[in-house]
Design a protein around this ligand. Structure first.
Ligand code: ASC
Length: 157
């Protein structure tokens, strides 16, 4: 009985702590003006494309394949993939650049796609650390698919 109570308490505190940590990972935004949000997300996407693109260049043989560089690039992509979502805000008269309006009416689906990107980028890090080029190739394609899936639905072409 005592053990059961201890376990329940432990489960309760663990869940509460996890919930608090999850809330901490999505800070409320600190943009001074709405345009800064657009700039922020576009910068994150640019940096992601640069780092992701370099893995692509190595996989395609456009430059020598360097497993240590792939790990660094993949870690950068994974960290950067957490950033853009914060920059998707709505404001009166804000030029949303290449973001389609339906992002706002389908925000839950959009958020989910951003999470899929984050998950695939995390798997790209795992793949990179395996040191196996074929595994990296597969994870790279999966991450690229996550990018494309969101572009197809939510990006002006
Ligand atoms: C890239 C890049 C993207 C994605 C996308 C994948 O290298 O800049 O936006 O991959 O093209 O389909």
């Amino acid at each position: 009985m005592k053990n059961k109570i201890t376990l329940s308490l432990l489960a309760f505190f663990t869940c509460t702590t996890l919930a608090i940590n999850a809330a901490e990972t999505t800070p409320s935004n600190n943009f001074k003006k709405p345009e800064s949000a657009v700039k922020y997300r576009q910068s994150a996407f640019s940096l992601m494309a640069y780092n992701f693109g370099d893995i692509g260049a190595m996989l395609k043989g456009k430059k020598p394949y360097n497993p240590a560089s792939v790990i660094i690039r993949a870690e950068n992509v994974a960290a950067l993939s957490k950033l853009p979502l914060e920059g998707f805000i709505q404001a009166e008269g804000l030029d949303q650049r290449d973001a389609l309006d339906k992002i706002w009416t389908e925000k839950a689906q959009f958020n989910e796609k951003m999470q899929t990107l984050q998950k695939s980028a995390n798997l790209l890090v795992v793949a990179a650390k395996s040191g196996d080029k074929k595994t990296v190739q597969k994870a790279f394609m999966e991450t690229g698919k996550s990018c494309k899936s969101c572009h197809d639905d939510y990006k002006k072409d």
